[in-house]
Design a binder for this molecule. Structure first.
Ligand code: FES
Length: 307
């Protein structure tokens, strides 16, 4: 490392014109690009859901993320094409002969704070329980709430979601990381997610996760949460697996005795398929502000609608 903060990360011959390469400096993943003989450096982790930009495509000064095709300007880090909203961090680059150097100390305080925030929002959580809802393809996974690496508690607001990196997922068209709504309530001692197991590489790997496995969880995110004016009721319509955020909010409102009227209409194919029914019924026993209406859509079901 040199005193001016620049660090050699590659030789010019490592990166042909119009190509990119991932390099690492002090644990940070950086995407280095050669655009018409000029070199540019940008954070390699996409601000949308963490896609690896160096594996994407370079078009002029724009890099396209391989996961959901967000585009960023390599010169400024600005988002050119969504779904990403947040810009990428960029770094100063200079050449010394054949050496390409990056100055990671050139980040502004604002950018440094942002990078720190992203780093601090990553938790390593251990899988402690798994369960398949009988007769369905719905898998529920419970994780410890305390991160195994630093004992931080994964905290969130009822209704939010988080990104789950379960590692070693290859060739999934949606990328190796997925986000799931946290079906648990912040008042509970675990993190719960529920999902349908499909034939994708990610879901297959998720289905094989063993108790005791550590996964990387990033978040929380999302604004689909209970409103603060409790004089107004909350009316939820849900179907099948879409009920997960409502489990979180209903459990939270019940545990906290929130004076908010909640009505949920939960539609399912059959009585047996109702996800979290026992849980909801228990909440309804203690929470007099809660009304649950189950509807059954399968005409073969003997019992029809049920309240
Ligand atoms: S666009 Fe990059 S992760 Fe979604």
């Amino acid at each position: 490392m040199k005193n001016d903060g620049f660090v050699k990360v590659a030789n010019t011959s490592d990166i042909p014109v119009s190509k990119m390469k991932e390099v690492q400096v002090n644990g940070q993943n950086i995407c280095l690009a050669n655009i018409d003989g000029k070199y540019f450096a940008i954070n390699n982790i996409c601000s949308h859901e963490g896609g690896p930009l160096a594996d994407g495509r370079l078009e002029g000064y724009e890099v396209e993320c391989p996961w959901h095709q967000s585009k960023f300007d390599m010169r400024t880090g600005q988002v050119k094409v969504p779904p990403a909203v947040e810009p990428q961090v960029t770094y100063q680059v200079k050449l010394e002969g054949e050496n390409v150097l990056i100055n990671i100390g050139s980040m502004t305080t604002e950018v440094k704070t942002k990078v720190k925030q992203v780093e601090s929002s990553e938790y390593r959580l251990i899988l402690k329980e798994r369960q398949v809802l009988e007769g369905t393809d719905i898998l529920s996974l419970k994780f410890n709430k305390k991160a195994e690496d630093n004992n931080r508690i994964f905290d969130y607001v009822a209704g939010q979601f988080a990104f789950f990196d379960i590692g070693k997922v290859y060739d999934d068209p949606k990328g190796p990381i997925r986000h799931f709504t946290l079906a648990s309530s912040p008042t509970e001692e675990f993190i719960l997610i529920s999902t349908r197991i499909r034939d994708s590489p990610y879901k297959k790997k998720l289905d094989l996760l063993q108790i005791g496995t550590t996964v990387k969880v990033r978040g929380p995110q999302g604004k689909f949460t209970l409103h603060e004016d409790h004089s107004k009721p909350a009316i939820f319509l849900s179907g099948g697996i879409g009920v997960t955020p409502f489990r979180s909010m209903i459990k939270y409102a019940t545990d906290k005795n929130l004076p908010i009227r909640i009505i949920i209409i939960d539609s399912n194919i059959s009585r047996e398929n109702i996800l979290f029914k026992n849980h909801f019924d228990k909440c309804a026993d203690t929470n007099k502000n809660l009304k649950i209406i189950y509807t059954i859509t399968d005409e073969q079901s003997k019992n029809g609608d049920d309240q």
